[in-house]
Design a protein around this ligand. Structure first.
Ligand code: NAD
Length: 289
């Protein structure tokens, strides 16, 4: 069994971004990411701080807007609009979840598609779904693909199962695997017999947020398992969705939690910010001609 070491790979992704950013800075371009956080959700504050720290490491300027829980939807839209038109800003990210009185879809749709470093805007989702991966892609599934490729895992022709069908992880994950030639089944909370799918799978990506959802008797020998889940137990320990101890005995490759996909997500956000900055630079140069 080989561990899919996201911690190590994420470091090399960040180092690559850092060296590309340094080249841009020499040309007078400082990649800039605006992160908006609304409300007091504790994990969101932790994620935003981690993103700011990664930006600092890579030499990306981060602008963090911490707004009160009573911020209105129009106030948030006004800030997004200002950032959309601010030529010094390359990427915009609104940390989810948002307070209940704010419509998530309206907010995501308001972000300029070129600055949508989370890859959640329907335009970027549409590009992914049509097989054109030229747009900005969601960081977590992008990190999974990067991790699989780093271990020379070719998914073409594999029977893949994605457990979880959210817009953030499951759906784009399934689409990326499909675009790479895997035969993909998407399972979710309404799936009647999960093990019917998982038992025949060559590759399983689990993103459900459910402790011990995938157990050894549900997988075949040699399976490749990627655990996206992040769950905090009562004792404070972080675990994924996979019963790691038992499943790792049958798996050929498996990602740990922590140290797997979680580390990759922020690294891919840095890579997306660089991608958005390069595209922004190109369009600026074009308009100056
Ligand atoms: P979500 O709640 O939006 O979606 C969960 C999905 O899993 C849904 O489609 C649901 O139908 C399915 N599901 C839930 N319980 C299930 C069950 N018992 N059987 C089958 N399907 C089930 O969550 P999300 O935002 O997609 O996140 C999923 C997990 O991944 C969470 O643990 C989250 O913390 C984690 N996550 C990790 C990262 C990372 O960077 N590693 C990033 C995003 C999310």
């Amino acid at each position: 069994m080989t561990l899919l070491d996201g911690k190590k790979l994420s470091q090399s992704v960040k180092d690559e971004v850092k060296s590309e950013v340094a080249k841009l800075v020499q040309k007078g371009i400082v990649p800039t990411l605006a992160v908006i956080l609304v409300g007091d959700d504790v994990p969101s504050h932790t994620y935003v701080n981690a993103k700011a720290k990664a930006c600092e490491y890579c030499g990306i300027k981060s602008l963090v807007y911490k707004l009160g829980a009573d911020t209105t939807q129009s106030e948030l839209l006004a800030l997004i609009n200002t950032l959309n038109f601010d030529d010094s800003v390359d990427g915009i990210l609104v940390q989810l979840p948002l307070p209940a009185h704010i419509n998530k879809a309206t907010i995501i749709e308001a972000i300029s598609t070129h600055k949508d470093v989370d890859g959640f805007h329907p335009f970027n989702v549409g590009l992914l779904n049509t097989g054109f991966e030229s747009g900005l892609l969601p960081c977590t599934p992008l990190g999974v693909i990067k991790l699989l490729k780093a271990y020379d895992i070719n998914v073409e022709g594999l029977d893949a199962v994605v457990i979880g069908a959210s817009n953030i992880v499951g759906r784009p994950m399934a689409t990326m695997l499909l675009n790479l030639g895997a035969s993909v089944s998407v399972c979710h909370i309404k799936t009647r017999d999960l093990s019917l799918y998982t038992k025949r799978a060559d590759l399983i990506v689990v993103a459900a947020g459910c402790v011990n959802l995938l157990k050894a008797d549900m997988v075949k020998e040699g399976v490749i398992v990627v655990d996206v889940g992040i769950n905090r137990l009562a004792n404070g320990k972080l675990v994924g969705d996979v019963d790691f101890d038992s499943v790792s005995k049958k798996a050929s490759f498996i990602s740990p939690v922590p140290g797997g996909v979680g580390a990759m997500t922020i690294a891919m956000l840095m890579a997306n910010t660089l991608k958005a900055t390069l595209a922004h630079k190109k369009s600026r140069e074009k308009s100056q001609k």
